[in-house]
Write a protein that binds this ligand. Structure first.
Ligand SMILES: [Zn+2]
Length: 430
């Protein structure tokens, strides 16, 4: 068994009814298991066609009082507490159905979602977990929030806040984002607001559900009647909760330490966008594979290694590899004497090796893996390949399901197609 972390979904569905914090409207929430690589996707079941809204920074529609996701007209408000609860349990894939435009507020913390997820359980899936690549330290300032981010072994957040209120003042916390301690120390921390703001917000039709039952409401010098703090620094703990929920919008697991000064939703979302932008840039700048690197991915050796170089690469999408064909190839001795022609099946083998690189690229623990080809389809040879030719293989992914990948490959020489095929490959443990 490989020790690479796997993706997780829910073992079974779960449901919850409640009231939205800002709208005060009743809402029903349903969590359902989802296949590998789905991510967390919201579904508005009360709207025609049940539109889907992926929990990703590219779908953020607002950061006023909470984080809002949107797709066209369909919106879901206040997603961050549920997302934090999902992160802590390493749930990568789930459908979140809601019949309104705001999630239930619960008591203003993530406890209600943590309990719901406890009941759903987790189910390990047949694909490696995705981690956001980051290998540099950087800082970001946005909307009065300041962040310093550094790569780390695990995931940690260290927020600090400064409010001129007798109960808050300057608060600092540092929390490891993992199941046990974060669920105990951070998920139960409640959102907070000032009574004067709540009254102003009510005037604007917001915070309709806001009451001491679902938020810490601060007066000028204390808390409104009937509320007690769970910790004296509950305020900064809630900021840690919001930060983890908002950063879940990168759509991958994180291994980094975020130090955050006065974090807020607008800043958190800007940071999530920056993390995604840096990861995408890193993917594009990925060095193209040389023959030395290719031999680390593929077990094939002379005379059966038929890829010389990889010149283009897009993760899980396409790859372009080259094979230089020379008169010194061993197969030309007998295929055919006096008339060297590259055997057609070896052209397809070379194409399959390029495709194998594309499949293996997404795997960890490469020395434990090998690619088997399960089927070939629509194979066509268009023209002969002879010494001196350079074959350019372009292989694109048609479908990935777990460890199985369907690809389409085309080999060309000087722009003319020499062979094409559809291939099905599966990665197995060696
Ligand atoms: Zn919050």
């Amino acid at each position: 068994m490989s020790s690479t972390p796997r993706q997780n979904t829910l073992a079974r569905e779960g449901a919850l009814a409640g009231t939205g914090l800002h709208t005060g409207a009743p809402v029903k929430l349903r969590l359902l298991p989802a296949p590998v690589d789905t991510g967390i996707v919201f579904r508005r079941t009360d709207l025609p066609g049940s539109p889907e809204i992926p929990a990703h920074v590219s779908h953020v529609a607002g950061t006023d009082l909470g984080t809002t996701l949107g797709q066209g007209e369909a919106k879901v408000h206040t997603v961050e507490h549920l997302l934090a609860a999902l992160v802590v349990r390493d749930i990568d894939n789930a459908w979140v159905e809601v019949d309104g435009h705001e999630l239930p507020a619960g008591d203003g913390s993530a406890t209600v979602f943590d309990r719901l997820l406890e009941g759903c359980g987790a189910d390990e899936q047949d694909a490696p977990a995705r981690y956001l690549p980051l290998d540099e330290t950087f800082s970001l300032a946005r909307n009065g929030s300041e962040y310093v981010v550094a790569p780390a072994e695990g995931y940690r957040v260290s927020p600090s806040i400064d409010f001129s209120h007798p109960l808050i003042g300057r608060q600092y916390g540092s929390f490891r984002v993992e199941r046990e301690s974060f669920a105990r120390e951070v998920l139960p921390a409640r959102t907070f607001g000032f009574l004067r703001d709540v009254e102003a917000m009510r005037g604007r039709g917001r915070a309709q559900g806001g009451s001491p039952e679902n938020a810490l409401v601060l007066t000028e010098d204390g808390l409104v009647e009937g509320t007690e703090l769970r910790w004296s620094d509950e305020f900064v703990r809630h900021k840690a909760l919001d930060l983890v929920g908002d950063l879940a919008l990168v759509g991958a697991r994180l291994r980094l330490h975020v130090v955050a000064e006065r974090p807020g939703h607008a800043g958190n979302v800007a940071l999530a966008k920056e993390l995604v932008a840096r990861a995408e840039k890193k993917m594009l700048a990925r060095p193209i594979l040389t023959i030395e690197q290719i031999t680390q991915y593929l077990p094939h050796r002379y005379p059966f290694l038929l890829v010389d170089r990889v010149v283009e690469f897009e993760e899980r999408k396409r790859i372009v590899g080259l094979k230089n064909v020379t008169i010194n190839e061993p197969f030309f001795q007998g295929h055919f004497p006096g008339k060297p022609v590259m055997p057609g099946v070896l052209i397809i083998e070379a194409m399959a090796q390029v495709g194998g690189l594309l499949v293996l690229e997404q795997m960890e623990n490469l020395d434990e893996k090998v690619v088997y080809f399960m089927s070939l389809d629509k194979v066509k040879w268009r023209r002969p390949v002879t010494p001196g030719d350079q074959i350019r293989f372009e292989v694109e992914v048609l479908q990935i399901r777990g460890a199985t990948c369907k690809m389409r490959g085309v080999g060309t020489v000087d722009g003319n197609v020499v062979a094409e095929a559809e291939m099905m490959a599966r990665v197995v443990d060696r």
